[in-house]
Design a protein around this ligand. Structure first.
Ligand SMILES: [Zn+2]
Length: 72
């Protein structure tokens, strides 16, 4: 089971908050390889909710290092 390492605040205010830079190009922390294979994808939001972020359990294609990528 995944750790609860982020507070799940429901603050979806539409004000001038900073732009979120999502992890579109994650890199392996070990070898820097940008290619991963996702062996498991878990949806974070409830069904029908606005939160369509996903958690991807992946491993590096080069060194097989396992990483967890959150895709928003
Ligand atoms: Zn790697």
């Amino acid at each position: 089971m995944s750790r609860q390492d982020a507070t799940d605040d429901q603050d979806d205010s539409q004000d001038d908050s900073p732009v979120y830079l999502t992890l579109t190009r994650p890199r392996c922390p070990d070898c820097g390889c940008p290619e991963f294979h996702a062996y498991r994808t878990v949806k974070n939001g409830m069904e029908g909710s606005d939160d369509d972020s996903k958690t991807r359990y992946s491993y590096c294609l080069k060194c097989k290092r396992r990483v967890v990528i959150v895709v928003e």
